[in-house]
Write a protein that binds this ligand. Structure first.
Ligand code: SF4
Length: 246
């Protein structure tokens, strides 16, 4: 079990940090709902997105919440979608891939052709994630994600807000400076529903054939596309701006 998943809720410093960061995230979400409408939260059903969903639902903010149903998601992720409906009365807005793109990929490369090369993996991610994401973001002024800077080398230096050139809108990462322990402290303190895969050693939630549990001490995103090197571990959904430090 990942020790960060069960932080000490009697740790006063941790609770104070979570409370301060949750207040900051809440204020930022309120500002997004007010100044960047229509805005949307991309919910991948991982722990961070559950924190953001909880903040949005409790404050009844006018921020849409959507998910990409790639057609290859684990059963635990679909279960969580149903629990969100029971817990918050929330029906996620779902975006599915276009049939013709998936059919073409499978016909040409096979149902699991994404294991053959980085290019084919990215082609599958494009058909099942990137193209549906473009549709989800069409007409929006901003999107919100649960990305955190400490999630891996492809995300270090992640800002809380930047302009997403690829999709042409503002992008907000309200949890950019949160630690994994703070995310879990929030979840337990507020009894937020979470993906059962986390109890099985998955820190990061994605498609079933491309995500595995990690061993203690492995980087947080080691279980995503584990057969690739660390610098390719993004699916095309997120372009992280380079932060230049003096
Ligand atoms: S994560 Fe794997 S199955 Fe999912 S879209 Fe990308 S390559 Fe395809």
């Amino acid at each position: 079990m990942n020790p960060n998943q069960n932080p000490d809720l009697k740790d006063a410093a941790l609770i104070a940090a979570v409370s301060a960061k949750a207040t900051a995230a809440r204020l930022l979400l309120q500002k997004i709902a007010l100044d960047f409408s229509p805005a949307t939260l991309a919910n991948s059903l991982g722990a961070e997105d559950m924190v953001l969903t909880d903040l949005i639902m409790k404050d009844k903010l006018g921020i849409e919440i959507f998910s990409l149903d790639t057609g290859r998601l684990p059963v635990e992720t679909y279960d969580l979608m149903q629990r969100l409906t029971r817990h918050y009365g929330l029906f996620l807005k779902m975006y599915n891939p276009r049939n013709e793109l998936v059919e073409e990929f499978v016909r040409t490369h096979g149902i699991n052709g994404f294991y053959q090369s980085v290019d084919l993996r990215k082609a599958c991610c494009h058909a099942r994630k990137v193209e549906p994401l473009r549709r989800a973001l069409t007409g929006k002024k901003a999107w919100v994600t649960g990305l955190r800077a400490e999630q891996g080398e492809t995300r270090s230096g992640l800002p809380q807000r930047h302009f997403d050139e690829a999709n042409g809108l503002e992008k907000f990462n309200p949890l950019a400076d949160w630690t994994e322990q703070e995310v879990w402290a929030y979840i337990h303190l507020h009894e937020v529903p979470f993906n059962r895969l986390h109890d099985k050693g998955y820190p990061s939630i994605g498609c079933a054939p491309c995500t595995r549990a990690i061993e203690p001490g492995e980087p947080l995103r080691a279980g995503r596309w584990w057969w690739e090197s660390a610098d390719t571990k993004e699916c095309g959904l997120h372009s992280i701006p380079v932060v230049v430090t003096a």
